[in-house]
Design a protein around this ligand. Structure first.
Ligand code: NAP
Ligand code: ZN
Ligand code: ZN
Length: 412
């Protein structure tokens, strides 16, 4: 459903979101500012946020509820505009996080532009959060005020099913809670990290090692773990040849991580301009995968392919590169109505497998972040102010990200 920014509808949206404690007056003012396109950068400074009576401000400790400001989409076509809303009051296991950075993942674009499903607007996307803990609930044991933390795609799960019990909350069989656009345990809709503040159960919060700057930590929470998990699952290490298809946010982390694991990496990119970077990140071989390019020289050369391309593309060019019994794992997730095609002979000639993988569990995300700290792996980032999100999205779609845009929430 397409919405506009009239105050009446804005009030309805607040109610639909189930955001407790958000005064209609405050929301109407926010909606009016948003409609006027008022400088989000200034307004995202928490010190200027309009405090809701009875609530602590987002910059200080307290039990909440916490006023937050986010850059929201009000429709699938629209630009990002300011949204003021509230994060829930601290539960015993919750930590309150003042956000400093949030990476821009292509999944945010898929969600925001409704490539995968109908969304509920206004929607604040972002699942590569990094910030500092400013308050903790009474039973929190892993974090304290001042802890540097990250949050990825998950903020809760059933915790009882087999996958949850084994630290694979991303495959929860009873419905996990994603960081945005998801129905939370109290039936409100989660809002993501393009915002100033969040409240998250400590079991879904990742500790950021001292060696990692917060600006670099965000992209590890999704891009990093999404490539780390399948590389581990398919036992990538010394002596194995790994193809990475698409060198954007996920792909460039895959090159660095697979190289650090000891694999020999081949990058397949559509961008000639990225060839040198690919080598700098650790690739031994770089193939420019343009239409009509001859890939026969690389036939049956790879033990594993990690495909990060976000839209429908020709897989028939890639399968012949796999050795006997090798797997192509697709982590890119294109438009729901444009599925990939796999011919009847594509996999049988070398008993190949086509597989996929979704982010990673909380334990493994911590492991991935620690791995990056240990091996000196950092994402290549470009900081953008909150007012620059729309421009950054356009550049990501145009394959111009080098290699992850990170929203500088605190210094917008
Ligand atoms: P990204 O930064 O935009 O990188 C994607 C790269 O794919 C581009 O840089 C480009 O690399 C290549 N590409 C080839 N054809 C393209 C096209 N038509 N349009 C855009 N890029 C094209 O995206 P990302 O953030 O890494 O995410 C990649 C995909 O993974 C998305 O679909 C995202 O939703 C998905 N994802 C999945 C999971 C999961 O759990 N499975 C988690 C996170 C993200 P070259 O220039 O090198 O060709
Ligand atoms: Zn992501
Ligand atoms: Zn579960």
């Amino acid at each position: 459903m397409k919405r506009n920014d009239t105050s009446q509808q804005a009030g309805n949206e607040a109610a639909a979101l189930g955001i407790p404690g958000l005064s209609r007056r405050g929301f109407v003012r926010t909606a009016a500012l948003a409609a006027a396109g008022v400088g989000a950068a200034e307004l995202l400074n928490p010190s200027q946020a309009e405090a809701t009576p009875g609530a602590e401000t987002g910059t200080s400790a307290g039990s909440g509820p916490y006023p937050a400001e986010g850059m929201a989409l009000y429709s699938a076509e629209g630009p990002h505009r300011l949204l003021k809303f509230q994060r829930r009051a601290l539960g015993p296991k919750d930590v309150a996080i003042k956000l400093q950075y949030c990476g821009i993942c292509h999944s945010d674009i898929h969600h925001g532009r409704e490539h995968w499903r109908k969304e509920t607007f206004p929607l604040v996307t972002g699942h590569e959060l990094a910030g500092v803990v400013v308050a903790v609930g009474s039973s929190v044991s892993k974090f304290k005020v001042g802890s540097r933390v990250g949050v990825g795609c998950l903020v809760n799960s059933c915790r009882r099913c087999g996958p949850c019990a084994n630290g694979m909350e991303q495959y929860c069989e009873n419905g996990n809670v994603f960081t945005y656009g998801s129905s939370d345990l109290d039936d409100s809709m989660t809002q993501g990290g393009y915002s100033t503040f969040n409240v998250v159960d400590e079991d879904f919060v990742i500790a950021v090692p001292d060696a990692i700057e917060l600006a670099h930590a965000g992209p590890m929470m999704c891009a990093g773990i999404t490539v780390y998990s399948p590389l581990r699952h398919w036992s990538i290490g010394p002596g194995r040849k790994v193809g990475v298809v698409g060198m954007g946010g996920l792909g460039h982390m895959a090159v660095k991580i697979a190289s650090a694991m000891g694999a020999e990496v081949t990058v397949l990119t559509t961008s000639t301009a990225k060839v040198e970077d690919a080598r700098r990140f650790g690739a031994r071989t770089v193939v420019v995968n343009e239409p009509g390019a001859d890939l026969s020289r690389h036939k049956r050369s790879l033990d594993f392919i990690l495909d990060t391309v976000p839209y429908q593309h020709d897989l028939e060019r890639l399968f012949p590169l796999l050795k006997l019994d090798a797997t192509l794992c697709m982590v890119g997730a294109g438009r729901i109505n444009e599925p990939h095609q796999i011919g009847p002979f594509s996999l049988l000639r070398s008993r190949n497998a086509f597989a996929s993988s979704q982010i990673g569990g909380i334990r493994e995300t911590q492991e991935a972040v620690n791995f990056c700290a240990l091996h000196g792996i950092r994402p290549e980032i470009t900081k953008v102010p909150p007012s620059g999100i729309d421009d950054a999205w356009s550049k990501v779609v145009a394959k111009e990200a080098r290699y992850r845009f990170v929203i500088d929430v605190a210094n917008g």
